[in-house]
Design a protein around this ligand. Sequence first.
Ligand code: ADP
Ligand code: MG
Length: 364
Amino acid sequence: MPDIVLDSISRTYGGSVKAVHDLTLTVPDGSFTTLLGPSGCGKTTTLRMIAGLDMPTSGTIYIGDQLAFSLERGRSLPPAKRNLGLVFQSYALWPHLTVAKNITFGLEVQRVDKIETARRLEEVATALQIDNLLSRYTSELSGGQQQRVAIARVLVMRPATLLLDEPLSNLDATLRMDMRVELKRLHKETGATIIYVTHDQLEALTMSTHIALMQSGELQQFAPPLEIYARPANKLAAEFLGNPRINLLDGVIASGCVVCEGLQLTLSPEIAVTEGEKITVGLRAEELRLHPTSSPSWAEAHVTTALPTGSDWYYHIKMNSKTLIVRQNDTPNLQPGDVVYVEAIPNTLKLFDSNGCALIVSSA
Ligand SMILES: Nc1ncnc2c1ncn2[C@@H]1O[C@H](COP(=O)(O)OP(=O)(O)O)[C@@H](O)[C@H]1O
Ligand SMILES: [Mg+2]
């Protein structure tokens, strides 16, 4: 099936609440596309419009070759005709039916024959590792097992596209991690297009082939996860992806360099910036290094907090009045109060203009 295309869709509630505004997005066929953003940014509304459970106030939706929605052309394809499978955060399983019955119910409704039903049941149950639970009642399952049944129930219908709305949010941390691995494997094995909704940036980074980052109903950036991480389109995208949060520093352009709080970064000469221009520099925790001795392009700072995690050390350092977070994975063993010299080694230089938009640059 070809791509899912959202062309300038908006959804307004009660004339004033702009849940989604002018969203244009092509979900590539076979991709694992995540709608990511803070609560209330319009993710569920977008997913519901793709599913046909809600109607845009304007715009056009194509699902593959089919025109699924257009107000002007008087078209709104019913949900059942869109060949999509939906799993919502609150999935209702039937407690009085066995796992097997819960999964095959939809096939029975569609009058799929018994042999085919058994074959598909075995296939999804094996893929989701619930084949040993088929005769149990769903009320006897753990949260994670129930979650897998909910996904199996949808997958068994062989939808070309799977829509998942925060399906892991009521699982504990370990299970969430396991389910991420399973969902990613499932995506690979089935080749289905997955549209996944989450507010969890780590979930989005680890699973997706593409992320659509949203804020206040508007698309901020659409790109592969590591592309957004390395080259955020704006300050908002820079801050939303990555843990700990990216360090943002005020800087100024001076003779081919960016100078911020005593730190100096060299720019390659082809970069279109003006001498004296005020900009913001984004430096991730792993792009800073702490040294015991000084050097002209390094800035002096002192350690305020040391947070060892076992594999890494996170340091909060104070550079002039600014607190930065630094990640080190060797063993500097610094203590609060220690004086350090900060070197910036950006993988990709992230500079933002006064409107917060990224300046396209590369470091020298
Ligand atoms: N049925 C509705 N009536 C009025 N406002 C709504 C309705 N559904 C969602 N909204 C509003 O639209 C915005 C986006 O909501 P939603 O798509 O659920 O966000 P998300 O899933 O990203 O948390 C929010 O401000 C929400 O309050
Ligand atoms: Mg939601």
